[in-house]
Design a protein around this ligand. Structure first.
Ligand code: NAP
Ligand code: HSE
Length: 436
């Protein structure tokens, strides 16, 4: 016996919502065959009723208020694609779950800040809360961690999780374009968040990493536990130096077990050109998982944009049509452990350091001495300046250092001493290196 159609209400008809609406329409027959249930959009909400949506929405029930849509008896499933961790998105998702309606969302900010409470509510109401699209766009990373790797102990997850930043860094490196021009283009292409500071300052990656950390390690969702840096400080000089040294610079989210603690970080990272992550350019995302049974698994795919993200949203809708409902965060909320955090000062690894050194005799030796005092040694030292007859103290010379593995607090102490010595003209640029 054919089940009754699944009636879908979509709040948000922008880059993602518009693509979801059109995709559900275009794939309706195939989705009905795949899930055994007709999936039909019956109602929508957005701010501006007159805005063109790429298809006629005149026959659908229109709701000015997404919260009213969320609990409407016109729908069986509420799809939230408005965005924002507070306000209508949060209130509408809570209202839908409270009414026992399943929810699909692409809203990583909402999940990173309220995922625990929302998952608890979903569990209490026996309603699905699905969010595949919230991490890495079209890559099915949530399902991979929650279902595909259920038989593994995950040790580490790392990835390029923000398409906008990867797009900007790739074009800056390859074409020498400015940061600002690349950001404007990423916005035009629909990759960036409504407020693109979320992208470039690392918060969007952190929202996604917080979700992955919970799914990978079974710990409570805690965005506050992550160390977060963005890409604004990366200069063409850093991209060129990285290239010369055999690295690329990527904004990575990294979460790994260190004993009983979790080391969670978001920051620009130098990765060797030979690694899978270094090959990933443009809006493409990639996530590498290190786990005991599969050892190493990398998923690569489009990380942003309407169509790629709609692919993940529609997959979640199809799961709900099939009647699939998992614990949203992989484990019941009450079974998630507390996340003990490794402070970034205890992080151990290699570092790239770019210094603007005053061109005086003994400057580099003094810097090296400050490092040696803390047992920090160098894999390479590169000092470059235009040809001249001798030192010129009014000038500064770029010096690039690459350290062997060292503890971050020791490096920061050494650099504080270097700054105090007065041999450098600007604050040091420091970029962590991940060699795997
Ligand atoms: P967007 O293009 O800015 O679209 C937002 C939509 O929400 C618009 O249709 C807007 O209406 C509607 N909206 C905003 N406030 C509303 C309110 N109070 N009541 C009713 N409707 C409201 O955003 P987007 O890029 O599609 O992103 C949507 C969500 O998907 C966000 O959570 C984002 O983080 C997530 N996401 C985006 C991408 C991507 O590549 N863009 C990828 C993954 C996840 P109007 O159209 O009338 O203005
Ligand atoms: N702004 C996000 C990005 C959208 O650039 O990756 C996808 O989550």
């Amino acid at each position: 016996m054919m089940l009754a159609p699944l009636r879908v209400g979509i709040a948000g008809l922008g880059t993602v919502g518009g693509s979801v609406l059109r995709r559900l329409h275009a794939q309706r027959t195939a989705l009905g065959q795949r899930t055994g249930r007709d999936i039909v959009v019956t109602a929508v909400s957005a701010r501006d009723r007159a805005k063109p949506r790429g298809m006629d929405v005149g026959a659908l029930h229109w709701f000015d208020d997404p919260v009213v849509l969320a609990t409407s008896d016109q729908i069986d499933l509420f799809v939230e694609l408005m965005g924002g961790s507070e306000g209508p998105a949060k209130v509408a998702v809570e209202a839908a779950l409270q009414a026992g309606k399943p929810v699909v969302t692409a809203n990583k900010a909402l999940l990173a800040h309220h995922g625990m409470a929302l998952a608890e509510l979903a569990e209490a109401k026996h309603a699905a809360l699905a969010f595949e699209a919230s991490v890495a766009g079209g890559i099915p990373i949530v399902k991979t961690l929650r279902e595909g790797l259920a038989g593994n102990q995950v040790e580490r997850v790392q990835g390029i999780l923000n398409g906008t930043c990867n797009y900007i860094l790739t074009r800056m490196e390859a074409e020498g374009l400015s940061f600002g021009d690349c950001l404007v283009e990423a916005q035009r292409l629909g990759y960036a968040e409504a407020d693109p500071t979320f992208d470039v300052d690392g918060f969007d990656t952190a929202h996604k990493l917080a979700i992955l950390t919970t799914l990978a390690f079974g710990v409570a969702l805690d965005i506050e536990a992550l160390h977060i840096e963005g890409i604004r400080s990366i200069t063409p000089a850093d991209l060129a130096a990285a290239d010369e040294l055999g690295y690329r610079i990527k904004l990575l989210g990294v979460a790994q077990r260190v004993g009983a603690r979790v080391d969670g970080r978001v920051h620009p990272t130098m990765v060797p050109k030979s690694t899978a992550l270094a090959q990933v350019g443009g809006v493409t995302n990639a996530v590498t998982i290190f786990a005991d049974a599969v050892r190493e698994l990398t998923l690569i795919g489009p990380g942003a944009g309407g169509e790629a993200t709609a692919s993940a949203v529609v997959a979640d809708i199809a799961d709900i049509a099939r009647g699939i409902r998992s614990a949203p965060l992989g484990l019941p909320v009450t079974a998630l452990g507390a996340a003990a955090t490794l402070p970034v000062s205890e992080h151990e690894g290699g570092f790239y350091i770019r210094l603007s050194v005053r061109d005086t005799p003994g400057a580099v030796a003094a810097i090296a001495a400050r490092m040696a005092e803390r047992s920090i040694s160098f894999e390479s030292i590169v000092q470059r300046h235009p040809p001249r007859h001798g030192p010129d103290p009014s000038d500064v010379v770029p010096v690039v250092l690459v350290t062997y593995r060292t503890v971050e607090s020791a490096l920061r102490d050494a650099l504080d001493a270097v700054v105090a010595d007065g041999y450098i003209a600007e604050l040091p640029q420091v970029i962590r290196i991940e060699r795997e």
